[in-house]
Design a binder for this molecule. Structure first.
Ligand code: AGP
Length: 606
């Protein structure tokens, strides 16, 4: 997934293009480039590596103009290199692209037959050549653009400069987000509101298939049928403050510490503090729902796993949770009486979006638990259940995870009440438990010094095993995912009861075993698992609560104590130590915490 920006300005744009690209770096950062247009002539600079590499190129060879486009890349077609970096030029066309063109090879062959030569391995360059092909046929820029778009199969967000057309940028979106920003006599295109946030808060979200032309006078938007169309302009508070690190070293560190606030804001949006009852927006009657199907990827999938446990335990409502990339291709048995829930921080993950669309095509009601409330998923479902943790920039999801779990926790309580599984008194009690979560999450973050000390040993490990039972089995998966994705140490999460069915063969004195076990109904079983691994030399880091610490079997390398809580919110509280552990191990290893290798914040390609 990549980030794109375009500016038709009244003042020099190069610095502003770079400022925007820095805000977009979380979407991909293996190469970057800008192109500007002056007196009809287009010039570009590109660099492999992060934005700072591009800045060095521009310092050595500046560009001056009031109109330009920029791009930061997460490679799909063509290895990360300057040659494959965007913007790409073909004839009079220079453009930047986010997405994947699935039929680029056949289009490329067709264009090569007419003698076109390509300099890169990318699908993007083919789009530029196709537009130029139609310009050669005498088509005006917008007509040539639309004719090219109609030939493309796949996903794209595009910003396009045309040699000879000053103060003019074309854009289009299909499968990848693109917004129009309206300034004072200046116009912008960007991958999201954050991209244009420093320049304007007036944002118009293009719809699937829309394309647009911007100049100093404004924007002309056309729908997929080529008809002029108006899209609503919104004022979006993508204030600079929302995406600064403050006094933290990394966005991930800041976002871990932001969790009490994110949980609190999210809880507040799903309960009525006056009545102390749940108040889940969207009007879903959980008494009429036969089954819930959750589809998601990565950490969002793990949040769905936690939701499954809570909703089934409290509401006796069947919940299936499935990895979207598997679900979408396996012809699942779906029933119209079910509710599909897409879990997605970005609301743009390609596999999750496809799985959601499959559910919709089978007549299911659809909902999305998302952070980006104007995302594609949010715009396609019947009901949006927002999380309220603010923009999450670190590639490793933390505050979005706990906010997602918070939403599903509220849904579990609301569904239980709606289905008569709990009475009003119990609902009020559980809502009060949820209201305690922000404070307890904050206390759990207070474990940081103890966690930092443990990180020193974990950073030396080759393999790490995370174990848990119940909702802690999902947290074990999340702890392992966090560690491997930012520190590059191999880690596995397992249901503790599965240990004896294979993973125990991994246990030796060099394998740290992180066991997550609050003092709940699973505790005795988890304590037995702890003894099993210690008997084989395993070095156990036992993360529990005060009561669990009192009952812990002797011999653990470390016992860390999280705040005690009702089991309903234990997943929120136990997230903090596993996130902090991954963070501090990654810092010790000198890893790129916010932008780990090979990853991107939102995977909008398959
Ligand atoms: C989480 O730490 C990962 N970066 C990744 O697994 C992420 O959760 C996944 O790609 C899903 O993204 P989404 O929530 O935006 O759909």
């Amino acid at each position: 997934m990549c980030g794109i920006i375009g500016i038709v300005g009244k003042t020099p744009v190069t610095d502003r293009l770079i400022e925007s690209l820095k805000r977009l770096e979380y979407r991909g950062y293996d190469s970057a480039g800008v192109a500007v247009q002056t007196d009809g002539v287009v010039d570009r600079r590109r660099a492999q590596g992060k934005i700072k590499a591009l800045e060095a190129v521009l310092d050595a060879s500046p560009l001056r103009s009031q109109v330009g486009i920029g791009h930061t890349r997460w490679a799909t077609h063509g290895a990360p290199s300057e040659r494959n970096a965007h913007p790409h030029t073909s004839g009079r066309v220079t453009l930047v692209h986010n997405g994947i063109i699935e039929n680029f090879a056949e289009l490329k062959a067709e264009l090569q037959k007419e003698g076109r030569v390509f300099e890169s391995d990318t699908d993007t360059e083919v789009v530029a050549a196709l537009i130029d092909h139609y310009l050669d046929k005498g088509q005006a820029p917008l007509a040539a653009f639309k004719m090219a778009l109609d030939r493309l199969t796949g996903a794209y967000a595009l910003a396009v400069l045309i040699e000879g057309r000053d103060n003019f940028i074309m854009g289009a979106r299909k499968g990848s987000p693109l917004v129009v920003g309206t300034g004072e006599g200046e116009m912008f295109l960007g991958s999201d509101a954050l991209a244009v946030g420093p320049f304007t808060s007036k944002v118009t979200y293009l719809e699937e298939g829309d394309y647009v032309a911007i100049d100093h006078d404004g924007a002309e938007i056309f729908d997929v049928n080529g008809m002029p169309v108006e899209r609503p302009m919104k004022v979006v508070s993508a204030a600079a403050a929302l995406v600064e690190k403050g006094n933290y070293r990394h966005f991930m560190e800041k976002e871990i510490h932001d969790q009490p606030e994110g949980v609190q804001r999210t809880v507040s949006a799903y309960i009525d503090p006056i009545t102390s009852r749940t108040a889940v927006p969207g009007g879903i009657d959980f008494a009429a729902i036969e089954r819930i199907q959750i589809v998601a990827c990565g950490t969002s999938y793990i949040a769905g796993m936690v939701g499954k446990y809570l909703i089934e335990q409290l509401a006796d409502l069947p919940v299936d949770v499935e990895i979207a990339s598997e679900f979408r291709y396996r012809s699942p048995a779906l029933r119209p009486g079910s509710l599909a829930i897409a879990m997605s921080q970005s609301g743009e993950t390609a596999d999750t979006l496809a799985a959601l669309r499959l559910c919709k095509s089978r007549g299911m009601r659809t909902a999305a638990v998302v952070n980006a409330q104007e995302s594609t998923m949010a715009r396609e479902v019947d009901v949006v259940w927002p999380i309220h943790c603010g923009p999450e920039i670190g590639v490793a999801s933390t505050k979005a995870f706990t906010a997602q779990v918070t939403v599903l926790t509220a849904i579990a309580v609301a569904a239980a009440a709606a289905r008569g599984r709990i009475d009003t008194a119990e609902e009020e009690r559980l809502v009060k438990v949820m209201l305690e979560a922000p404070r307890l999450v904050s206390e759990a973050i207070g474990m940081e010094d103890a966690v930092r000390a443990v990180a020193v040993d974990i950073a030396k490990a080759r393999d790490v095993l995370y174990l848990g039972r119940g909702t802690m089995s999902a947290l074990a998966l999340e702890g392992a995912l966090k560690l491997k994705e930012i520190s590059y140490i191999h880690a596995e999460g397992y249901a503790a009861g599965e240990l004896k069915h294979g993973p125990i063969a991994l246990v030796d004195e060099d394998t740290p075993i992180i066991i997550l076990a609050p003092y709940d109904s699973y505790y005795e079983k988890s304590a037995s698992n702890m003894s099993e691994v210690m008997a084989r030399g395993g070095q156990v880091v036992f993360i529990t609560d005060p009561e669990g610490a009192r009952h812990a079997p002797a011999g653990a390398k470390v016992v860390m104590t999280a705040p005690a809580s009702d089991p309903l919110i234990a997943p929120l509280i136990m997230s903090a130590p596993i996130q902090l552990l991954a963070y501090h191990v990654a810092v010790l290893k000198g890893a790129d915490v916010d932008q780990p290798r090979n990853l991107a914040k939102s995977v909008t390609v398959e």
